[in-house]
Design a protein around this ligand. Structure first.
Ligand code: UDP
Length: 372
C-alpha cells in the first residue's frame, strides 16, 4: 500500500501546477500519476530527428495577462517571444485570422473594403472585438453582407469540421474566442505576455516537478492503482464521468487525428498555423519550426483531422460545450461536492474548453482555496 498525503491523477498542466504549488508552498508530499508514458498531458512536446520541437497534440502558444502566472512559469523557463499570427485560406487567398481590417482589404476591392471599414467603425467602434454570432445580428445591409461572408467563409466550414456542429449549436464562447477584430492588429492573441518556453513545454514541466516531495509515476492507470494508494486528498484531472463510472451517462468530446509529415523543404507556409475553413477535411496545418525559430533543411508539419472521441481509440481533447452536455456535467459536479477532499480540475475535470492560461488559473484558484 502506497501512503501519500496528496494524490494527483493526471500529469498534465493542471496536475503539474497543483503538484508544484503543494510541494513548494505547503512543503507536503505529492504523488502524481498518469496513464501515459510521458508528462505534460496534451501540452507535451519533444525534439524530433531534425531538431525541430514538435507539439505532439497540436499547437500550443502560451499567453496570459496574469502577472502571477507569467512569473510562476518564468521561474522554470525562459521564453522565446513568439507572437502568434494565423492565416486562413479564403477563396484561395491567405487572409489574417481573426478576420480584421487587414483581412477586409485582402478579400474585397479597395473601394468596397473602405466602405465596410467605415461602417464597421461607425457601428461598433475602432479596436472592438465582435463575435461572429453578434455581427450576424446587425441590421445594416452592407454589414449583414459582410457578416454572412465571414460566417460562411471563416466559421461555418471550420466549425463543422472541428466540432461536427454549426456555430449556433455550440456555446457562443466557442466561436466567440476568435471574434472579428475591428483593428489592424493581426495577432491571434492580444495578451500582455505571449511566448513559447525556449526549451519546450516538457523541459519546463520537468523543472516544475523537480522537487524532493514530488514523485511521478507514469504508465499508471488510476482505475487499476487506486486500491493500492492511500491518500488524504485527491486531485483528479481526468474525465469526471469516468471517475463516477458514467452513472449519469457519457460526456461527449472531440478528438484529433494529427498526421505529422516531414517535407524536404526549408519553409512550407507563411505562418506557424494556416487554417483551411473551406478546403480539405483537415482544419489546419501547423509548421512547428516557427515557434522557436528553429533552423533545419527540413520542416515538420501536422495536419489536423478532428473526429469524435472514442474510448480506447483516441484521447479526449475538446469538451463539446452546449446546454445538454453542461446539464450532464452539472449532475456529476453535484455528486463531486459530496466527496470531501476530492477535487476536480483541468479541462476534463471541469469539462471546460480551457486554454493553458485558464487551466493554470483554475489550478491556482483551487490551490488558494485549499491552502487556508
Ligand atoms: N474558428 C473558425 N474558423 C477559424 C478559426 C476558429 O471557425 O478560422 C472557430 C472554430 O469553431 C474553433 C473555434 O473558433 O473551434 C476556436 O478556435 P481556436 O483557434 O481557438 O481553436 P483551438 O486552437 O483551441 O483548437
Amino acid at each position: 500500500m502506497y501512503v501519500v498525503k496528496n494524490l494527483i491523477v493526471g500529469c498534465g498542466l493542471s496536475g503539474i501546477v497543483m503538484a508544484n504549488r503543494i510541494a513548494n508552498e505547503l512543503d507536503q508530499e505529492v504523488l502524481i500519476i498518469d496513464s501515459k508514458d510521458h508528462i505534460g498531458g496534451t501540452c507535451f512536446d519533444y525534439k524530433d530527428v531534425n531538431g525541430i520541437t514538435v507539439h505532439k497534440y497540436g499547437p500550443h502558444i502560451f499567453r496570459t495577462n496574469s502577472e502571477r502566472i507569467w512569473h510562476l512559469l518564468s521561474k522554470y523557463t525562459d521564453w522565446y517571444p513568439f507572437m502568434h499570427r494565423v492565416l486562413g485560406i479564403i477563396d484561395g487567398i491567405e487572409v489574417p485570422i481573426p478576420f480584421n481590417l487587414n483581412s477586409l482589404y485582402k478579400v474585397f476591392p479597395p473601394q468596397k473594403a473602405k466602405e465596410l471599414e467605415i461602417k464597421l467603425i461607425k457601428e461598433f467602434g475602432f479596436n472592438k472585438k465582435i463575435p461572429i454570432l453578434e455581427l450576424r445580428k446587425t441590421e445594416d445591409r452592407d454589414l449583414n453582407f459582410l457578416a454572412e461572408y465571414i460566417y460562411n467563409k471563416v466559421f461555418l466550414g471550420y466549425t463543422l469540421k472541428q466540432w461536427g456542429f454549426t456555430p449556433e449549436q455550440l456555446d457562443p464562447s466557442v466561436t466567440g474566442s476568435v471574434p472579428v477584430y475591428i483593428s489592424k492588429d493581426d495577432r491571434y492573441f492580444q495578451e500582455k505576455y505571449q511566448g513559447i518556453p525556449s526549451e519546450g513545454y516538457t523541459k519546463m514541466f520537468e523543472k516544475m516537478l523537480d522537487h524532493p516531495k514530488i514523485k511521478v509515476l507514469l504508465n499508471t492507470d488510476y482505475s487499476k492503482a487506486k486500491d493500492t494508494i492511500n491518500y488524504e486528498r485527491l486531485f483528479y484531472t481526468g474525465a469526471i464521468e469516468e471517475f463516477f463510472n458514467y452513472k449519469f451517462g457519457k460526456l461527449p468530446y472531440r478528438s484529433l487525428d494529427l498526421q505529422f509529415r516531414t517535407y524536404d523543404t526549408n519553409r512550407f507556409q507563411n505562418a506557424a498555423v494556416v487554417n483551411y475553413p473551406e478546403n480539405y477535411d483537415f482544419t489546419r496545418i501547423t509548421e512547428y519550426k516557427y515557434f522557436l525559430n528553429e533552423k533545419s533543411e527540413k520542416t515538420v508539419l501536422s495536419f489536423e483531422y478532428p473526429q469524435d472521441f472514442e474510448e480506447g481509440k483516441n484521447d479526449r481533447i475538446y469538451p463539446i460545450l452546449n446546454k445538454e452536455n453542461q446539464a450532464i456535467y452539472d449532475r456529476y459536479l453535484e455528486e463531486a461536492k459530496k466527496l470531501p477532499n476530492v477535487y476536480f480540475l483541468g479541462r476534463l475535470g471541469a469539462y471546460r474548453y480551457y486554454d493553458m492560461n485558464r487551466t493554470i488559473a483554475g489550478a491556482l484558484e483551487l490551490f488558494d482555496s485549499i491552502k487556508k
